[in-house]
Ligand binder design. Structure first.
Ligand SMILES: CC(=O)SCCNC(=O)CCNC(=O)[C@H](O)C(C)(C)COP(=O)(O)OP(=O)(O)OC[C@H]1O[C@@H](n2cnc3c(N)ncnc32)[C@H](O)[C@@H]1OP(=O)(O)O
Length: 171
């Protein structure tokens, strides 16, 4: 199976924040942003695997900046690493200034998707080839994050999280 670059999976969704999507402070409701991230990440995972994909886990989301009503929000997703049947996807969310058009990073998320066949059984996927420095950093740390996610969901024992343990014990 031929490897694919992270860039090949890149998915960009741009949309506005409308009144029905905000909290009482008139900022984008967190669940709405999660849904937008899930949508973009699912497309990125599908582009990488050319398969049906399902969200297996939301590993991390940081709501660093509130996103006000009427903002233009761009959600950009890219596969950061492919394992056997699962993929880690990074999602960066940006808001843009109305006048200058300058973009500010507002939030980010890390999701895990699994490629499945028509019966929902996990299937093998191509490997991910990181190219840029940021893609390489995200690729390198992805195995530790996978082990942490599996550990937290009770799917592996602490003794099986070898790379994660090494990260905390190395000098
Ligand atoms: C786009 C959407 O919103 S889809 C809707 C929401 N999602 C769903 O409904 C998915 C429901 N869940 C499922 O169908 C199943 O649990 C699946 C397909 C995710 C996993 O099926 P399992 O039978 O557990 O398969 P299995 O144990 O072989 O795991 C498959 C892969 O997922 C990985 N995985 C499973 N759970 C997790 C987790 N919590 N965190 C990270 N990776 C995980 C496994 O490590 C394995 O990866 P690998 O093959 O690359 O090494």
């Amino acid at each position: 199976m031929k490897g694919k670059t992270a860039e090949e999976s890149k998915t960009t969704l741009t949309d506005m924040v409308l009144p029905g999507e905000t909290n009482p402070l008139n900022n984008l409701f967190g669940g709405e942003l999660l849904a937008r991230m899930d949508r973009a990440a699912a497309i990125a995972a599908r582009r990488h695997s050319a398969r049906i994909v399902v969200t297996a886990s939301v590993n991390h989301v940081a709501f660093n900046k509130a996103v006000p009503l009427d903002s233009v929000v761009t959600v950009e997703a890219k596969v950061s690493r492919a394992f056997n049947t699962s993929m880690e996807v990074f999602i960066d969310a940006w808001i843009e200034d109305r006048q200058s058009g300058d973009r500010t990073k507002a939030n980010e998320g890390i999701y895990t998707f699994v490629a499945v066949d028509e019966t929902g059984r996990p299937v093998k996927i191509p490997e991910l080839i990181p190219e840029t420095e940021l893609e390489k950093q995200r690729y390198d740390a992805a195995l530790r994050r996978k082990q942490l996610s599996l550990l937290l969901s009770g799917k592996i024992k602490p003794s099986d999280a070898t790379e994660l343990k090494a990260f905390f014990t190395e000098e």
